[in-house]
Design a protein around this ligand. Structure first.
Ligand SMILES: [Mg+2]
Length: 481
């Protein structure tokens, strides 16, 4: 049976494979699925990883009801009342940014309008957000994490991944377990991981008065799953022994990066749980979701080997005063056509965006500075981005749009010098207003692409990888960084 059959079965009960017309739909789907399972099982062993990957110990720490918990510290009197942190109530589009457990019980959800939340609970306490305060607590939590490892990757203000593989090895060595085969037994790693999670949980509680949920696993995706699995104030280990029971039985929507649209598409393939996705035929998933499908299946199988992208705290502090990041180039010959101008802007934007990422910054504004060959006509144009960004393609697109608004590029006014500059900078640790109507998963994809390119360039030099649009730039020298 071909994969196309499965799509047909799911989408319409009329189009069924031969010989299955009298069977209930579910059993047809199951039989197709069972075949998919047997063919794909060989690829689902998470210990089938590059050397050492399964010995990683990754923690994901998530501060519970973060904004609401911080507000309850300041106003203990609201602790026992349903309360939410919400945007401006005067504006009808004010929404719930966070809720405490009591409001949660009443069915109030994040992103619900305040009007709707009040309808559900007229005595609801609404507190305005205080982002500076949340940042303070976020920083304090990170300081606790840094006591255990310098490999900390923040995910928003209230979540972070920690790679504690080094610490667990060290503890094993200290206890002389190496001789007893410590390195052979992944269970020891997870036990030490759990001990570290315990200590972090206690420190956050004692020093900050907040609770965390922590997931411990060998990859980021399962660690994140673990921190969501049990809340609040809990630690969940996802190990090679229990991931089939805990992770694979969960709805596919609980997997990181599976949004509602992706969930719907997977459901049409008969994929309802994370285990279904792990066992499904790869070509089938790819046919439905493209490359993203392959990535998600890798996640579901526990084969995600993405390293953490740690922020260097010293560097962040040092760069706090950076006002702008720019990259400019005076070319050896005049730029007369749009193709060349686009190419140059991409190269400059890549340099700018990469430096923003290295410094843990995002830009709100993109500027271009243009000079023609007379060196006299010089102007600056700027544009505010829809959302703060350090994504190469977003910065390049904004810069290109600015240029096309101001230049005809028909050869009548050749350009000699171009600069792309990112200004109005904020730290990546500052919370972003998620654009719920925008394509957030696409942005995450682009961020991942940028991160991969950065990693390759760090390792093999700037020229090892280029975007298609940058090809043919030999006449345009690369900008000085
Ligand atoms: Mg949280």
């Amino acid at each position: 049976m071909e994969s196309a059959d499965l799509i047909n079965i799911s989408r319409s009960s009329i189009s069924r494979p031969k010989g299955t017309q009298n069977l209930p739909l579910d059993s047809v789907r199951l039989s197709v699925h069972q075949r998919a399972q047997t063919t794909a099982r060989a690829g689902t062993d998470p210990t089938n990883l590059p050397d050492g990957q399964h010995r990683r110990v990754i923690l994901h720490s998530d501060m519970n009801h973060f904004y609401a918990a911080v507000e309850c510290l300041r106003r203990p009197e609201v602790r026992n009342r349903p309360m939410v942190v919400g945007g401006d109530e005067e504006l009808r589009h004010g929404i719930v940014l966070a809720k405490n457990p009591l409001a949660n019980k009443l069915g109030i959800t994040t992103a619900m309008t305040l009007v709707e939340a009040r309808q559900r609970c007229p005595e609801l306490v609404v507190v305005p957000p205080d982002h500076q305060r949340y940042q303070h607590y976020s920083r304090k939590a990170r300081e606790i994490y840094y006591r255990f490892t310098d490999l900390v990757e923040p995910f928003g203000l209230d979540e972070a991944w920690l790679d504690v593989s080094g610490c667990t090895l060290l503890q094993g060595q200290n206890r002389g377990d190496r001789a007893k085969g410590f390195h052979q037994n992944p269970h020891d790693h997870f036990q030490y991981g759990q001990q570290i999670a315990d200590q972090i949980s206690q420190c956050v509680k004692q020093e900050l008065g907040l609770t965390v949920s922590i997931g411990v696993s060998w990859n980021k995706v399962f660690a994140k799953f673990g921190s969501d699995y049990k809340k609040p104030n809990a630690i969940t280990l996802i190990t090679p022994d229990n991931y089939r029971d805990l992770v694979w039985s969960a709805p596919v929507s609980t997997l990181l990066y599976v949004g509602r649209a992706t969930q719907r598409k997977l459901n049409t393939l008969g994929i309802y749980t994370i285990g279904d996705l792990a066992r499904a035929d790869t070509a089938l998933v790819q046919g439905c979701l493209g490359k993203m499908g392959i990535t998600l299946q890798t996640f579901a199988r526990g084969q995600d080997s993405t390293p953490l992208r740690p922020l260097n705290p010293e560097r962040l502090r040092a760069d706090h005063d950076v006002k702008s990041v720019g990259s400019g180039l005076t070319t050896a010959h005049d730029i007369c056509d749009e193709h060349e101008a686009r190419m140059l802007i991409h190269i400059l934007s890549q340099s700018v965006a990469q430096r923003l990422r290295e410094q843990g910054l995002r830009a709100r504004t993109v500027c271009i500075q243009v000079r023609d060959q007379t060196d006299l006509a010089r102007y600056v144009r700027q544009q505010t981005l829809p959302a703060p960004s350090n994504i190469t393609s977003e910065i390049a697109n904004a810069a290109i749009a600015l240029l096309l608004q101001n230049e005809s590029l028909d050869g009548s006014r050749p350009l000699r010098s171009l600069t792309v500059r990112a200004t109005n900078l904020i730290s990546v640790l500052e919370p972003l207003q998620l654009d719920i109507f925008g394509d957030e998963s696409k942005r995450q994809e682009m961020e991942r692409l940028d991160a991969s390119i950065d990693a390759l360039r760090r390792r093999f030099g700037n020229k090892c990888v280029r975007r298609g649009v940058e090809l043919g730039d030999e006449k345009l020298k690369r900008p000085e960084r």
